[in-house]
Each structure stands twice: as structure tokens, then as C-alpha cells.
Design a protein around this ligand. Structure first.
Ligand code: ADP
Length: 730
């Protein structure tokens, strides 16, 4: 206790100087929490600890702040950098420093990852203790949300904040807010050192069409049956040859077959640049002199129809946290309808976008688009109304919903490894930074046989609650859309409720569901009785977001193999903020895990490194970051696993190699190693003469490199152990 007290005193000393700094900051009095009414000028400290498991292991201590004047101006806790409070022993601990005389509060929380997060007293810690042991009642201040970067989500966000009686800062705030709402990416607002941001670093890049396809393909290689919900895809221009060869083969095998493909430009959205083809020669491969980056995908030609129209589902998914992984699905979503009756693709109808593409942004320009204030009619309807209709026709919607949940969890598992890499690079453990959460938009098509298919995942799903309407010929304006408002405000409001910094409940991991494929006991059908929320949220409806992970951990945890590879990759990165492995670090990985031997010498290891890294770097000419990215490392890992455990299936090989590598202690770096660990321009002497597509030498900082180029790349063909053996074994 006295030890802890001593530490708190040290903290106070540090905070004192920081408090003086903070005096210079503009102070927003409205954001302050009205506290003690006591005339006593002595100071109170409330220290509330929570153990790493989130149980309420509360340690309350009192102490006197030696210099009252140091807190003579209001100071927000989040103005305190992490280093000021990080050294306390308790893994997760919340600190509330309360100067009764001024009514000023300093609050903070050191997370298990070492980050400092500004928090306020939670509902169950709304009392502070004075030296004399008196309990002082304290009123909770509203959660403060910076909406200055919200862009098109602003209207829905405003309504949500209003419903919650929280406080909005439309112009931002010089001192910290609890939540920052960004319209596009994590980096919309730089220099956030505390609170929570509604975007993960790297999400935009990760969910571009090519990167998503790559991540899905990796999972399809490991778990082909589990990942059959993603249509077969090829990446252009790298995989043009394979694509052409495969189509030729299919057509030769059966001359009556003429499959259709959909071509989607990388980074495109809202149907822009999308077209259908039936022959590889119809591909538009170039934009001017530049090869066009795109994904060409098997076209699902038998979709489920309602009213003879093709439609797709927009499902909102919240990633509440990456570590531990927490996924929520919104029970209510949208369905977007085509505006021309569907026919299976023929050469004649390939260009009929209103028949084949469900994008709202395209169909709204069709004369047949029906704006409706009802949730169950028109060209945009709620998901629940569609499920209700299907149920009425005898469809087993419980099964459909359960398949959709599985699709979502598996897709998130596919993208998490790369996200974790971005996260540790942008917010390294031990540095001040916010925590993140994000709402994603899943576009899902139901096939005629009711199997859900993933079309894409949007990092920035539209949160507009108005729609474009032609009010006079040629004149459009935005008018309120009750369907959008109903769905989107619910999603944003309930996301905020789940992220409420005052209402942090430990994650429910105690009873994950076991076995079976049924993950859908609560089906979002229109007309569902709307009860009251079980928590004390006043008049708010029950949460529309349902936790699906870790709830269904048992069914899906075995899929998280690439995440384990990513953890290994991060372990050997060595330099904080870095995302690529240098040749020395790769050697260290091989040496530490004892993967080389007389048949696989370190010279072979260097050649393996060069071979894979070069193909990956060259596949994306604009990539200016040097070194081996995660996906290239995964490829190398698969190769090594195949080499070491020849007789097993790929996923068994990978598991065996992971078990082996994880059993070895962390990397032992020599001083020389450290110098050239990451993305180093210095190659080991043995391979220095090789030419790599590396490096812009001016991009020295990992962060600068990362922002300059946001894409990892994968050459079209994975290394096959047999082919490579000829190269590396000598
Ligand atoms: P965008 O980001 O440009 O909207 P999507 O991948 O969502 O790109 O595709 C646009 C539309 O094309 C989808 O809403 C869907 O209607 C249709 N579509 C996309 N992929 C397929 C596919 N594989 N099979 C059938 N239709 C598809």
C-alpha cells in the first residue's frame, strides 16, 4: 500500500508540471464535471484499479496533493501523456485526481497494452473519498464527442448523440474528447493521444478489393470449405494469364458453358467502373499506359429474387476491439434492390446495370427507383422486412441468419492479422494513443439456394440519412429517408452506447457457445417486440447490436492461424512503428526457431527472402516500402511449413510450424542485428549483390513510409515448395 501510495505521489508530481502546461490550454468549462461542493480546500484522490480480467478489484486510496496551486486551472485528464502515468504496476488501473478546492479532475487509465486512455469515473465509482473518509457525491458529466471530422455521418451522429444526451463538439476541441468520430480514416485527425477513435489504422487499405481478395484467398488455401462464401477471384493484372487459362479450360471441357465474370476496379466504390464480361479478351486491362488494378470475380448468376428483382444486403458490423477480438452485428440492416427485373446474364444484357448491380447510387438514377417511407416496400428496405417476407414464404431464415453470422466472423478473422500489424505500428504499445473501434458495411448477396455470398466489405459505409431525389426534371436534392434514419441512427447510437467510456463492462467471454452451426437464435424479423433495455439506459430501446464474437469463439477460433503468424512476424519486426521485416530480422527468425540445417542453409534462407520479397515488391510498383510485408511472410511461412512437414495438409503443416516457432523464446538480437533489423537498406553481404525493387532512401521513418504507400502486395503465384527447392537448396 505504501509502495503504491508512493507511486501515486510520483504521479502527482508529474501531473503537477503537466497541469501547469495544461493551464495554457483553452479550457472548456462545459466539459467539466461539477464535483465537490465542499469548501474545504484540501485535495482528494480516488484511485480505482481494475485487474487485467476486468474484475472490479478496487483499490481506493486517499492522499493530499502537496501543491494545490498546480491545479488551479481545470485540466482534462487526457491532456496528460502516457508517460506520466504509465509506470504503475497495476496492469489496468484508473486514476482520478480530484482537487476539491477547484473542482478540477485529472483522470486517466493505463491499459494493458500500456496506452494511456482518458476516462472518467464509471457509474459504479461515482464517489470520491476525502482525507477524512467522507464520500462525496459526484455527478457524471456527459460523454464528449468530437464530430468535426464526421463528414456525411454527421446528421445520424448528431441524432444519436442527442438521444444519448451526450455532448457534441462540432468544431473539435483543443483539449481531448472521449470519442472522435472520423468520416474516412483513422488519420482524419492526427495527434490524438487518448480516448477512442471510430476507425482503425489500416482498415481502408485492408478492405480495398485487391487486399480483401488476397486475405480471403489465404484463408481459402488453409480452410477451403469454410471460406467458400467468397466468389473465386483473380487479381489483375498479375493473374491475367491464370484467369485466361482457367476460363479457356472450362470452356473447352464443356462447350455449352459460358460463365460470366464481374470486373471491379481496386479502390472503386458505388459500382463505379464495374462491368461484366464473358471472355478474358473483353477485359479492359489498361488505363492509358498504366495497367489497371482490379479484381475479376466469378459472377453469381442465380441470386435470390424478390418481386423478380435482384437485391443485396447491407449489414453493419462493429469491431469493438481487436485485442481481444470483439465483433457485434446489427440486427437491422438494409436491402438494396435493382430497378430492372433480373435475367441471367446473356451477351445482350451484360451492360444492363439496373438489372445486375444493386448499388443505390446507380439505381437511384433509374426511372423505376421507388422511394418509400415504408420499411418494407420500395427500392431500399430494411433487412428485417425482407427476412419477414422470406419467413412468410417458408424460408428457414434462422439458418440464413446463422450463415450470415458465420460469414461475418470468418471475414473479420481474415482481415484481423493485417489490422493488428497496422495497429501496433500506428499505436505502438507503451506510446500514448487512442483505442479504436469501427463500423463496417458488409455487402452480402443471397443465392437462390439461400447461401450468403460476400461481395465486399466497406470500411466507410454510407451513414447518410437523406436520399437524393429529383424534385424537378434535372434538379435533385437531398430529402430525409426514414428507412436510412431508422437503421443508421440505431447502429451509431448503439455503437456509442457500447463504447461509452463510463460504462465499461468486462467482455462477456465466460460462456462462449459451443458446437453446431446455429448462431442465430435471435433473428431480426420485422415486428419483433421492442422491449426495454435491460440496463438502466432510460428510454433507450434494447441494443440493436448483438455480440457474436467472442460469443461463438469455440466454432471459429481454429480459423485464427494467420493471426498467430502475424504475432510471430510482429515479434521479429524489432522496431516500433515498422511494418516490414528486413533480411537480418528474417534470418533471426529462422535462427531463433531453428529452421535452418545442412539441407537448408542460411544462404538458402537469404535467397528465399530475396525471392519472395522481390516478387512482392515488383507486383506493386508504387510500393515504396522496403522489406518483407506480412503477406509475403505468410507465403514464406507456408513454404517453410511445407518443407518441414511434408506429409501433412497445408493447415496441419502451418499449425505444426507455429507450435514449433511459438515454443522458442523471443528473438535474441545482436547490436549489429538491431541496426539492420527492419526494412533495412543494408543487406547481408551474401545477398548484397542481388537487385531488389526496394526503397526510396528518403523515406526513413516507418510511419512516413507507410503513409506514402498503403498497399501490401502479393505476387500471383505462391511459392510451391517443389519449385523453390530447386532455387534454394544447393
Ligand atoms: P462497389 O464497391 O463498387 O459497390 P461491389 O463489389 O459492391 O462494388 O459490387 C457492386 C454490385 O455488383 C454489388 O452491389 C452487386 O449487386 C454486384 N456484384 C458484385 N459482385 C458480384 C458477384 N460476384 N456476383 C454477382 N453480383 C455481384
Amino acid at each position: 500500500m505504501s509502495d503504491h501510495y508512493g507511486k501515486v505521489k510520483v504521479q502527482l508530481g508529474q501531473m503537477k508540471s503537466l497541469g501547469e502546461d495544461a493551464e495554457k490550454e483553452e479550457v472548456d468549462s462545459e466539459g467539466e464535471m461539477p464535483v465537490s461542493a465542499s469548501p474545504d480546500q484540501s485535495s482528494c484522490i480516488t484511485t480505482t484499479g481494475t485487474d487485467a480480467l476486468g474484475s472490479s478489484n478496487v483499490c481506493k486510496q486517499t492522499g493530499k496533493i502537496s501543491s494545490k496551486n498546480s491545479f488551479s486551472k481545470p485540466v482534462q485528464g487526457s491532456a496528460i501523456p502516457a508517460h506520466a502515468v504509465k509506470n504503475l504496476n497495476t496492469p489496468i488501473c484508473e486514476y482520478t485526481l480530484h482537487n476539491k478546492g477547484t473542482g478540477k479532475i485529472l483522470q486517466g487509465k493505463s491499459e494493458s497494452n500500456g496506452n494511456y486512455v482518458a476516462v472518467q469515473a464509471s457509474r459504479n465509482t461515482q464517489e470520491s473519498f476525502c482525507e477524512d473518509g467522507f464520500k462525496l457525491p459526484r455527478k457524471r458529466r456527459p460523454v464528449m464527442v468530437d464530430t468535426s471530422k464526421a463528414k456525411t455521418s454527421l446528421e445520424a451522429l448528431k441524432l444519436s448523440i442527442k438521444e444519448l444526451k451526450w455532448k457534441e463538439f462540432p468544431l473539435g476541441r483543443r483539449i481531448a474528447c472521449d470519442i472522435y468520430w472520423h468520416g474516412v480514416s483513422f488519420h482524419d485527425n492526427e495527434n490524438i493521444v487518448s480516448g477512442q477513435v471510430n476507425k482503425f489504422p489500416g482498415m481502408v487499405e485492408m478492405l480495398r478489393k485487391i487486399n480483401l481478395s488476397r486475405a480471403m484467398r489465404t484463408m481459402q488455401e488453409l480452410f477451403p470449405e469454410e471460406y467458400d462464401f467468397y466468389p473465386r477471384s483473380w487479381i489483375l493484372p498479375e493473374e491475367y494469364q491464370q484467369f485466361s487459362a482457367q476460363i479457356r479450360m472450362v470452356k473447352e471441357r464443356d462447350t455449352t458453358v459460358s460463365p460470366t465474370f464481374i470486373v471491379k476496379p481496386d479502390g472503386g466504390s458505388q459500382g463505379d467502373g464495374i462491368y461484366l464480361i464473358r471472355d478474358p479478351s473483353d477485359l479492359k486491362l489498361m488505363v492509358g499506359a498504366q495497367p489497371k488494378q482490379a479484381v475479376v470475380q466469378e459472377y453469381i448468376h442465380k441470386p435470390l429474387l424478390i418481386d423478380k428483382l435482384k437485391f443485396d444486403i447491407r449489414l453493419y458490423v462493429l469491431i469493438k476491439s481487436l485485442e481481444p477480438l470483439e465483433i457485434y452485428i446489427a440486427k437491422e440492416g438494409l436491402t438494396r434492390f435493382c430497378t430492372e427485373p433480373y435475367q441471367e446474364p446473356t451477351q445482350k444484357n451484360l451492360s444492363h446495370v439496373f438489372m445486375h448491380l444493386t448499388n443505390y447510387s446507380l439505381n437511384v438514377h433509374s426511372g423505376n427507383f421507388v422511394h418509400s417511407d415504408s420499411q418494407s416496400t420500395g427500392s431500399k428496405r430494411t433487412l428485417s422486412s425482407v427476412l419477414y417476407r422470406l419467413a412468410a414464404k417458408g424460408v428457414d431464415i434462422k439458418r440464413v441468419w446463422s450463415d450470415i453470422i458465420a460469414l461475418v466472423i470468418k471475414s473479420v478473422i481474415a482481415v484481423v492479422p493485417e489490422l493488428k500489424l497496422h495497429y501496433q505500428a500506428d499505436i505502438p504499445p507503451g506510446k500514448p494513443g487512442p483505442t479504436c473501434f469501427q463500423i463496417l458495411g458488409f455487402d452480402i448477396l443471397l443465392m437462390k439456394n439461400l447461401k450468403p455470398v460476400l461481395l465486399e466489405v466497406n470500411s466507410n459505409p454510407s451513414m447518410r440519412i437523406e436520399h437524393e431525389q429529383e424534385v424537378a426534371p434535372g434538379v435533385s436534392e437531398y430529402v430525409p429517408s426514414p428507412v436510412d434514419e431508422h437503421v443508421k441512427v440505431g447502429v451509431i447510437r448503439d455503437t456509442l452506447r457500447l463504447m461509452d467510456p463510463f460504462n465499461k463492462k468486462p467482455t462477456v467471454t465466460s460462456q462462449p457457445r459451443a458446437g453446431g452451426s446455429d448462431h442465430g437464435e435471435e433473428i431480426p424479423v420485422d415486428g419483433e417486440a421492442q422491449g426495454r433495455s435491460p440496463d438502466n439506459t432510460g428510454n433507450l430501446p434494447p441494443l440493436c447490436l448483438k455480440q457474436v464474437y467472442p460469443k461463438y469463439t469455440k466454432q471459429f477460433n481454429h480459423l485464427r492461424l494467420v493471426e498467430r503468424i502475424a504475432a510471430l512476424f510482429i515479434r521479429f519486426l524489432g522496431v516500433k512503428g515498422n511494418m516490414r521485416l528486413g533480411p537480418t530480422a528474417f534470418r533471426t527468425f529462422i535462427r531463433t526457431c531453428k529452421l535452418s540445417n545442412s539441407n537448408f542453409t542460411m544462404a538458402s534462407v537469404d535467397i528465399l527472402y530475396i525471392d519472395i520479397t522481390r516478387r512482392w515488391s515488383c507486383a506493386l510498383p508504387e510500393s515504396r516500402e522496403a522489406g518483407m510485408g506480412l503477406q509475403a511472410f505468410v507465403e514464406a511461412f507456408f513454404y517453410l511449413a511445407g518443407r518441414k512437414f511434408k506429409s501433412l495438409l497445408l493447415r496441419e503443416q502451418v499449425v505444426a510450424l507455429l507450435d514449433l516457432c511459438e515454443a522458442h523464446p523471443g528473438p535474441q538480437f545482436s547490436v549489429e542485428d538491431r541496426r539492420s533489423l527492419s526494412c533495412s537498406r543494408v543487406l547481408p553481404r551474401a545477398i548484397k549483390t542481388q537487385t531488389l525493387c526496394l526503397s526510396n532512401p528518403q523515406l526513413n521513418s516507418p510511419a512516413a513510409q507507410r503513409r506514402a504507400t498503403s498497399q501490401d502486395c502479393r505476387p500471383h503465384q505462391r511459392l510451391k515448395p517443389r519449385t523453390l527447392r530447386a532455387n534454394v537448396e544447393n
